[in-house]
Design a protein around this ligand. Structure first.
Ligand code: SAH
Length: 247
């Protein structure tokens, strides 16, 4: 079942107007025809089942809303993945795989050892990355589009996740006195919103771990093997989602 996220204004009383790019995808790429059914999401929590009216001469598509329901595939927990700014291919891999497993928000940060030290994302890059997220969300049948935040300094990231989530966990591969397993760290978790921190290829400095603890982060281990940052960026949320019965 093909799924499209559309701006809410395109879905008005029983009719759906598709943007030209989506019309092209429907007609030429997916080769859908009149009578075929697709799912349309407004990224506000609604899912519409829509019957297509395809006009091949005009290369136009109109949708007829058949049913409307709550989009139900979102995890109950809102996970914000905070990770060190890295090379484009790893960054895009994390966006795609994170979207598939159920991440709700991506917060890249700059820290002492991140490969990338500049926080400004070009508009072109942002558009490309939001398209990667949208395509992954449509393919994986997400009910909402994950949000991509602008990169920020590590400390600013700690402050914003302390203010917006009920638990923050930082994955550290070094030994730490009060380090726990992920499942232990979730024992008193209220299940609402959680920030997960993964360091860059060079890891976190001792000072950054201290800062994280000061801001309320719990230090967790991901096992005795050292994972690459792009591996940890997916394994960590996957373990949390599994522990919370979402995977
Ligand atoms: N210091 C590492 C490089 C960092 S790995 C090395 O020697 O290669 C990148 C990030 O993945 C780390 O900052 C950490 O957040 C996470 N990570 C990797 N393996 C981990 C483990 N076994 N336990 C906890 N976190 C881990």
């Amino acid at each position: 079942m093909n799924r499209f996220f559309l701006e809410p204004y395109l879905i008005s009383d029983e009719r759906v107007n598709f943007p030209e790019t989506v019309e092209h995808q429907i007609i030429s790429v997916l080769r859908l025809r009149s009578g075929d059914i697709v799912e349309v999401l407004d990224n506000q929590g609604c899912l519409y089942r829509v019957s297509l009216e395809v006009d091949l001469e005009k290369r136009s598509v109109i949708g007829q809303v058949m049913t409307q329901e709550v989009a139900s595939t979102e995890p109950a927990v809102k996970i914000t993945l905070c990770f060190g700014m890295t090379s484009r291919d790893k960054f895009e891999w994390i966006l795609q795989k994170g979207t598939e497993i159920g991440i709700s928000e991506f917060s890249p940060f700059i820290s002492s050892r991140t490969l990338v030290q500049s926080a400004d994302l070009s508009e072109k890059k942002l558009v490309r990355w939001e398209r990667i997220i949208q395509e992954a969300a449509e393919q994986s049948h997400r009910g909402r589009l994950p949000k991509l935040n602008q990169p920020q300094e590590f400390e600013a990231c700690l402050n914003s996740s302390a203010a917006t989530t009920s638990l923050s966990l930082i994955a550290w591969e070094e030994d730490d006195a009060n380090q726990v397993q992920v499942s232990q760290s979730l024992e008193e978790f209220d299940g609402s919103s959680i920030a997960l921190y993964v360091g860059p290829e060079g890891g976190f400095s001792e000072e950054e771990i201290h800062l994280a603890k000061e801001s309320g982060c719990r230090v967790v281990t991901l096992g005795d093997r050292i994972l690459r940052m792009e591996t940890a960026a997916i394994v960590f949320p996957a373990v949390v989602l599994h522990d919370l019965g979402e995977l």
